[in-house]
Write a protein that binds this ligand. Structure first.
Ligand code: PLP
Length: 238
């Protein structure tokens, strides 16, 4: 499907890129080291096609079914599964060149690795960490991270490319970036501590529409942006 770029999308994309560039400049970083992943979840497939036409190379979804549908319609994009992966969906997503951001437990590692090894491919994944210890959020505990990463890195079918986190909702009235910054810093410290043993561990997937500046300042290599690019999400999914 080919997409049509609305003036509104073009304006919002310029604004997001300017925010990334300003935050990178303030942190002495190259903005090219921050990959913008456009999260099109709940929006119709035409929105994904438009994002691709606007020059967004990386698109993300948080549900497997929606990812499969949109990736089939917009195959030119590099697709990311930023949400939870269920074990019974593993065979649908492994070996397609997508990045799986939310691997957070050993049974899932086992299922992904087994599928990849059966296909003779290496599946890139990120390990999701619940740095805020938020009971409402997925992700492994910081205390279990080293064990999970080394467990996953030992599987030939799986390459752990980095870490991902979703911070808790900020307390009312608090700036989302200020609330998330210490958690982003904790994710970076955790990655740095493991990098000697797992050299592929380069990526930090952190930062969304409301806190991307803090994430870039703390070293994000991927930000996952939905609302700031596509507006408020419809209540009902397509
Ligand atoms: C929806 C979603 C995003 C994008 O959130 P916005 O606040 O709309 O930018 C990022 N990451 C994950 C995991 C998501 O589910």
């Amino acid at each position: 499907m080919s997409g049509t770029v609305t003036p509104e999308l073009a304006t919002r994309l310029d604004a997001v890129r300017a925010r990334i560039a300003a935050a990178a400049a303030a942190a002495g970083r190259d903005p090219a080291d921050v990959r913008l992943i456009a999260v099109t979840k709940t929006h119709p497939v035409e929105v994904a096609a438009a994002a691709c036409a606007a020059g967004l190379e990386d698109l993300g979804e948080n549900r497997t079914g929606e990812l499969l549908m949109k990736a089939a319609a917009v195959p030119a994009a590099r697709w990311h599964l930023v949400g939870r992966l269920q074990r019974n969906k593993v065979r649908d997503v492994v070996g397609r060149g997508w990045l799986l951001h939310a691997v957070d437990r050993r049974p899932l590692v086992d299922a992904i690795a087994a599928r990849a090894e059966a296909l003779g491919v290496v599946q890139d994944v990120l390990v999701q960490v619940n740095v805020g210890a938020d009971p409402a959020k997925a992700g492994c505990d910081l205390a279990d991270l080293e064990g999970l990463v080394t467990y996953a890195a030992a599987r030939p079918g799986l390459r752990v490319r980095g870490l991902m986190t979703v911070p808790p909702l900020p307390p009312p009235g608090e700036d989302p970036g200020d609330a998330a910054a210490p958690l982003f810093a904790r994710l970076r410290t955790a990655r740095d501590a493991l990098r000697d043993r797992v050299p592929a561990l380069e990526e930090l997937s952190m930062g969304m529409s409301e806190d991307l500046e803090a994430a870039v300042r703390e070293g994000a290599t991927m930000v996952r942006i939905g609302t700031a690019l596509f507006g408020a999400r419809p209540e009902v999914r397509p």
